[in-house]
Design a protein around this ligand. Structure first.
Ligand SMILES: NC(=O)c1ccc[n+]([C@@H]2O[C@H](COP(=O)([O-])OP(=O)(O)OC[C@H]3O[C@@H](n4cnc5c(N)ncnc54)[C@H](O)[C@@H]3O)[C@@H](O)[C@H]2O)c1
Length: 339
């Protein structure tokens, strides 16, 4: 069985990643696309073989055959479009962050619950093979008790005219809400630990737009583990090394280049069977890395297939609203420190 999809917002991520990924999904059929910029919708209709292109969400949602919509419009449009889609009884895969604020995200979740439609949030990095391996190994005890994590995920995002992402009123936030939210989602997913306390800094170091171009969050997890999550819009892509590191009492995992829109990068896992006595030498080179074999795929294809299974009643929603709201709250906590 295939889920019949409509896509709302045919810009950057939909056209660059999710629609190509959807084309490879076993259980997906693209029916219609919509963008307020009709040329963008038309281009996607032609490129991906949709039957309809619209410039109004209402027109797409009026198609009875559509079972699920993927909403990839700018964040300030999410709530209204999710509301329309829920009222039209369409299941929703909503791009991150869910809304401009936690309050808005909760309203969206409530609306979907009221209308009886499934709501999933598009944290596609959970489908990276290395992140899934990290989760599996950590849940299996490879690292012992988790004590810390560090994630750095950056891009180059200079000032541009009429850029919704650079205006906090339209995006909800800058580098932290746009990028670090993925790192927070992954740390929570991989370790299975929830955040208990948050602190940190946000600011504008290089660019003067109305959303932060850099931030760092420091989080104390429910077991006491300490996590540092950094993102910036002001480090050139060519020199950026995205990293996700997790440490425990028996081992460490360092993933490089996995915080990305493409599956790839590397993962180094070092682990001991058991810990020994204090060693004044503090020798750092005695353990051989544990080989981790994976076959890379397409995170967006896996995301569409997994949400499709939930729609078809063949699986759970991969990232629920409740789950996504926790990650958004972790960022919002930092914003509230600045007031
Ligand atoms: N998961 C990921 O890999 C990933 C990556 C980038 C962006 N995103 C998320 O996807 C969403 C869109 O980001 P983007 O980078 O693609 O933005 P974008 O600006 O590149 O594209 C947005 C598109 O939406 C259209 N649009 C504007 N208003 C609209 C409306 N009211 N209804 C329908 N379409 C409308 C624009 O014309 C444009 O084509 C955001 O929530 C963003 O955080 C996710």
């Amino acid at each position: 069985m295939k889920v019949k999809w409509g896509v709302i917002g045919c810009g950057g991520i939909a056209n660059r990643r999710t629609l190509p990924g959807m084309m490879l999904a076993e259980n997906a059929e693209l029916v219609a696309v919509m963008d307020t910029n009709y040329d963008a919708a038309k281009a996607c209709k032609e490129a991906y073989g949709a039957r309809f292109a619209f410039d109004k969400a209402e027109d797409l949602l009026a198609l009875e055959e559509i079972q699920a919509v993927y909403i990839a419009s700018p964040v300030f449009c999410h709530k209204e479009q999710a509301k329309l889609a829920a009222k039209a009884k369409k299941h929703i895969l909503l791009e991150k962050p869910m809304g401009l604020s936690v309050v808005e995200a909760k309203e969206i979740a409530k609306l979907c619950e009221k209308e009886g439609v499934k709501l999933g949030v598009a944290f596609m990095m959970r489908f990276h093979s290395y992140h899934q391996k990290m989760q599996e190994m950590i849940q299996g005890g490879t690292l012992g008790e988790i004590v810390s994590a560090h994630a750095k995920f950056t891009c180059w995002y200079p000032e541009m005219e009429n850029c919704w992402r650079q205006d906090k009123a339209l995006s909800g936030g800058g580098a932290m809400l746009d990028m670090a939210i993925h790192s927070i989602d992954l740390i929570r997913y991989i370790t299975g630990l929830e955040i208990k306390e948050s602190t940190g800094f946000i600011g504008n170091q290089v660019f003067r737009y109305h959303a932060e171009d850099a931030g760092v969050g420091v989080y104390k997890m429910e077991n006491g583990a300490l996590c540092v999550v950094e993102s910036s819009f002001n480090i050139p892509d060519e020199v950026s090394v995205g990293r996700l590191e997790i440490y425990g009492t028996k081992g460490s995992m360092v993933a490089e280049g996995t915080l990305s829109q493409e599956e790839g990068g590397s993962l180094t896992v070092l682990a001991l069977e058991q810990t020994g006595d204090y060693d004044a030498q503090q020798n750092r080179s005695t353990v051989a890395p544990i080989p981790v074999a994976v076959t890379f795929g397409n995170m967006y294809t896996k995301e569409i297939e997994a949400f499709g299974k939930a729609v078809l009643g063949e699986g759970d929603i991969p990232v629920t609203a409740e789950d996504a709201i926790r990650s958004q709250k972790a960022i919002e906590d930092l914003y509230s420190l600045e007031k």
